[in-house]
Design a protein around this ligand. Structure first.
Ligand code: NAD
Length: 349
């Protein structure tokens, strides 16, 4: 029996997680032993515990086999000091989810590469950071600052894992940074090409972040493993979601040093469409595909779910954001999409 902690979060989180639970219930029917535990993170946790990441949640995370998260954030907490997004930053930092893998895959368009994003360090966490008032030219002036810090050990660990992952793919890896300007990037680049010496059969290259925003869209077939830091990975994966049609399509897995895994779609809480039953659940469902393979070792069932999702899409069924992407498009709600996937998932081969 494996324990999975479910954290629906805010905005469209509960609606898309509902579709994941539908499929998990079918997995239980297939004989997979899963125990679901529910808890709160982000805005909903602020409402209930007055904290975006509670101690109770921290302790729970250490006692489960894996975590499945929806998304956090919303206008409701704009004036709070503790923001819903802190819940996300805390779960990543406190449980040391240092590596985040985001597959950019679309069988319809023959797109298949992964973005590896450093997740628990860099400018989102570096200190000092703050906002204060200072006197500039005799005028009291708001002054804000963030700090990008990486140490050698963090970089080596991530780069070695990325090279190892590339061995099981097309043996091709690209580092994306801003080493023409930033010191942290200079260190990443130096270590990357040093480690490359131990992986002679892996073809490596390097791009500056600015140029990469064009190359990834124009020449996506040139990429296989894309490695980058926390902030660039955050932005580039949103950009690359355009290749698959919608931000709602991208799944992700994060792993810590104890091999605890965290699954979540790449998108945020999409407050403008929350509660309308129109959000795209594909990113979450594809995250479940990964969980079935990596946590449960159920390759066959994982494949079955993957093919069920693409069967539904290939028939033209999709949420509103897939309108211009799918042939013979037929609009369905979040719930209807989940039901259709479950229908094909339940069918015998
Ligand atoms: P967002 O990802 O929520 O939305 C960006 C755009 O994509 C919006 O137009 C939205 O409607 C659309 N979109 C996102 N997911 C979708 C889905 N599944 N189906 C259909 N359309 C979808 O990003 P944002 O608008 O910049 O941020 C909204 C909130 O989410 C903010 O509070 C932000 O901090 C938070 N956020 C959370 C996460 C996370 O939980 N991992 C990630 C990014 C942003």
């Amino acid at each position: 029996m494996k324990k999975i902690l479910i954290l629906p979060g805010d905005g469209i989180g509960p609606e898309i997680i509902k579709q994941v639970i539908k499929i998990i219930n079918t997995c239980i029917l297939f004989g997979i032993k899963i125990k679901l535990i529910y808890n709160y993170i982000g805005g909903i946790s602020i409402d209930i515990f007055n904290k975006s990441f509670s101690n109770n949640l921290f302790n729970l995370c250490k006692n489960v086999n894996s975590i499945f998260l929806g998304c956090v954030g919303g206008y409701k907490w704009d004036k709070n000091i503790d923001k819903p997004e802190n819940g996300l930053l805390n779960i990543r930092k406190k449980l040391n989810f240092f590596i985040n893998i985001r597959p950019i895959k679309c069988p319809f368009k023959n797109i298949d590469f992964i973005i590896i994003r450093e997740l628990s360090s860099g400018i989102y966490y570096g200190k000092p950071k703050g906002i204060s008032k200072q006197i500039v030219n005799n005028i009291p002036t708001w002054y804000s600052y963030d700090t990008e810090i990486y140490n050698e050990q963090e970089i080596i660990k991530l780069i070695r894992i990325s090279f190892n992952l590339s061995l099981n793919r097309k043996k091709k890896i690209c580092l994306i940074d801003k080493s023409n300007v930033l010191n942290t990037s200079k260190l990443w680049k130096k270590i990357f090409f040093y480690i490359n010496n131990f992986y002679k059969n892996v073809k490596s290259n390097h791009l500056y972040i600015d140029n990469s925003t064009i190359e990834l869209i124009k020449n996506y077939n040139n990429f296989d493993v894309v490695l980058t830091n926390n902030i660039f990975g955050d932005i580039l994966s949103d950009e690359c979601s355009l290749l698959t049609g919608s931000l709602g399509m991208l799944p992700s897995i994060s792993i810590n040093s104890n091999l605890l895994s965290l699954f979540e779609p790449c998108h945020g809480s999409a407050p403008k469409i929350a509660g309308k039953n129109i959000a795209n659940p594909v990113g979450s469902l594809l995250s479940l595909v990964m969980m079935l393979e990596y946590v449960f070792n159920e390759k066959k069932i994982s494949n079955k779910l993957y093919f069920s999702i693409y069967k539904v899409l290939s028939l033209g069924f999709g949420t509103f954001d897939m309108k211009n992407i799918l042939n013979n498009f037929k609009l369905v709600s979040t719930n209807e999409f989940g039901d259709l996937v479950n229908h094909f998932f339940l069918l015998n081969d």
